[in-house]
Design a protein around this ligand. Sequence first.
Ligand SMILES: *Cc1c(COP(=O)(O)O)cnc(C)c1O
Length: 350
Amino acid sequence: MSQQKVDLRSDTVTRPTPAMRRAMAEAEVGDDVFGDDPTVRALEEEAARRLGKEAALFVPSGTMANEIAIAVQAGLGDEVLVEATSHVILYEGGAPAALAGAQLWPLTGDRGLPSVDDLNAAIRPEDSHCPRSRLFCLENTHNRGGGRVLPAAEVRALLSAARAHGLLAHLDGARIWNAAVASGTSEAELAAPFDTVAACFSKGLGAPIGSVVAGSRAFLREAHRWRKRLGGGMRQAGILAAAALHALEHHRDRLREDHAHARRLAEGLAELPGLAIDPARVETNIVVMGVSEGAAAPAQWVSALEAEGVRIVPFGRRGLRAVTHLDVDAAGIDRALAVFRAHAARLARG
Ligand SMILES: *Cc1c(COP(=O)(O)O)cnc(C)c1O
């Protein structure tokens, strides 16, 4: 087999394209902490427009975007209702507790989607013993849910329940671009039911660094203070904003190719022994598969593939994840499938 490397660990492994690097090199810059960087300002305006919010703030990471949204909207001892397998609860270092002093309450979900009944049941009574229910968060697309696009009608029902209890609402839209392209619904429509939304340029869009958090102008004033407090004020950040602007313009619509690649990968994997996968559940660029009972452990699959230059990650206790992106083409998918095929029968036997 050829030695072409295929890195499917995450859509964060992309390298800036030559055109993106040119846009970065030529960016007009200033000191963004003074509000002087025209390229950052242009990106913030463009992101706010696309996300349908009054204003947006450029930040180094999706984690900082989420945590600013939480810190501004939930304070000491407030409770934030999140789906139990969301990025906010699993992968942000306990930041809501450590930084905002807020408590997280996990809601059990079906691939990212909690039920209205569970949300209603989790609301605290007005009682001095209880934390104050303050903020509700969802994630779209949902990473642990296999890149699922949350169904719009269910999201609306959850949000109207949350609003009936006076909650604020935040959307972790790290991959909102994928959700929009896959569903044919604009980012602004997906974000409309929420007060605030976070979105990443460093995932499928292929920028090296950068995210935004968007909301009302009043939210942005407080968000700005939190960004500085967290050490996220950057100086000639236009170099990074230029990459993000380039990505929005040139890499958003092509996400449909990543989605087609992921679907084709899933269809090929579904035919192999030892793996449990439903290709119909692959809606965007994330392919999550289970390793069957009796088959080799996920770590063994990962190392067998790695030895042939195909990289994926273990996912949960008995799963694997592969993510398609800008730097994987159709030939890369063929190569990954060939390597899977060469090893599956042996690994399936344990
Ligand atoms: C990657 C990711 C984030 C945060 O991203 P970083 O830029 O790595 O901090 C937040 N939410 C989801 C769903 C993500 O996949």
